[in-house]
Design a protein around this ligand. Structure first.
Ligand code: ACO
Length: 312
């Protein structure tokens, strides 16, 4: 028996904010944003739409695609750094809305690597036989903590949610290997300040990410007993197209074998990898038996990578 992803879903708010829109509020240009980051537009939630609302919609879609009912879920793990409130958790909020009456529920905070942390935490429960079905959601409403006067950060980020249902799959399929890591000493490069604003030293985070993403990917490929050439599809954290391309090139993966949604969503933090994964599945880019690598990094500093064989 393996532990794998039975279904995926995602949700992003309707409200589109383009680079041209941002030109009106900070000293930036569409050309700068596109060429330095790959981002063309992002989704920004309205005031009355919070993380739990987005998480709920993504979760519903994941349950439907997995053909699993809310009552069957044993555990809900929500990766987020922007919960509606510190407590109750987003996980508890969506447990109620979904009617997942048999599920334990908690939030997990590892910034942009949060989905990988939640995925692997969930995997452990299924692998040990403690639980059968786990709902994993990555959600962030970063617009709540963006300093809209800071051009270094406000052009990069967006709101959204992605979800996956974990459960048993046939032998040889599912999660093959993982790597999770943290370097608290780098915490000052990306954090929430006393005004609740996201603050980032872009150059330091860039240097860290451009090294960490390929390193972690290669580690999980090796741990799974595979070669770089065996990888069919890469789902990286969508923070900057230049970081993504550097990782892709180190792995020798062709452009069309990498999930790329950054142009329309920007960086969705905890939601970034599951949104990219869900979109790729919907577009038929990931097929049964494919070797897929998910990899992310984020504030903390944290990172995580997973190698899996797609399918049930
Ligand atoms: N528009 C125009 N100019 C800008 C903008 C902007 N939006 N933002 C920064 N600049 C300027 C800078 O002020 C700097 O000017 P200076 O040279 O006069 O000081 C110049 O552009 C170049 O700055 P760099 O930092 O060298 O630009 P770089 O090419 O590295 O791109 C960026 C900056 C996009 C932030 C890049 O460093 C990056 O992507 N870093 C990683 C970001 C990341 O991955 N963050 C993860 C966040 S995850 C989370 O937890 C939410």
């Amino acid at each position: 028996m393996g532990v794998g992803i039975l279904g995926t879903g995602h949700y992003a708010p309707d409200n589109i904010v383009t680079n041209k829109d941002l030109e009106k509020i900070v000293d930036t240009t569409d050309e700068w944003i596109k060429s330095r980051t790959g981002i063309e537009e992002r989704r920004i939630a309205k005031d009355d739409e919070d993380s739990s609302d987005m998480a709920y919609k993504a979760a519903l879609q994941a349950l439907e695609s997995a053909n699993v009912s809310a009552e069957e879920i044993d555990l809900i793990l929500v990766a987020t750094v922007t919960p509606d409130t510190p407590f109750p958790s987003v996980a508890c909020m969506i447990q109620d809305r979904l009617g997942a009456d048999n599920a334990a529920a908690l939030d997990v905070g590892a910034a942009c690597a949060g989905f990988m942390y939640a995925l692997i935490t969930g995997q452990q429960y299924v692998e040990t036989g403690s639980y059968e079905k786990v709902l994993i959601v990555g959600v962030d409403k970063l617009s709540k903590i963006i300093d809209w006067t800071d051009r270094n950060t406000c052009v990069l980020l967006g709101d959204g949610a992605g979800a996956a249902v974990l459960g048993q799959v046939s032998e040889g399929k599912g999660i093959l290997s993982f790597e999770l890591g943290a370097k608290g000493a780098g915490g000052q490069h990306l954090y929430q300040d006393e005004h609740d604003h996201l603050v980032m030293n872009g150059r330091e985070v860039f240097k860290f990410a451009v090294r960490q993403m390929p390193e972690s990917s290669i580690k999980v490929i090796e741990k799974a007993g595979l070669e770089k050439e065996d990888v069919d599809y890469l789902v990286p954290h969508q923070a900057n197209i230049r970081i993504m391309d550097a990782a892709r090139q180190r792995l020798g993966i062709e452009d069309d074998k990498m999930a790329k949604v950054i142009q329309k969503y920007g960086n969705n933090s905890s939601a970034s990898v599951p949104i990219a994964l869900s979109e790729s599945v919907k577009q038929g880019k990931i097929n049964d038996g494919d070797i897929v690598v998910l990899v992310g990094f984020g504030g903390g500093l944290t990172w995580g990578a997973v190698a899996l064989k797609w399918g049930k």
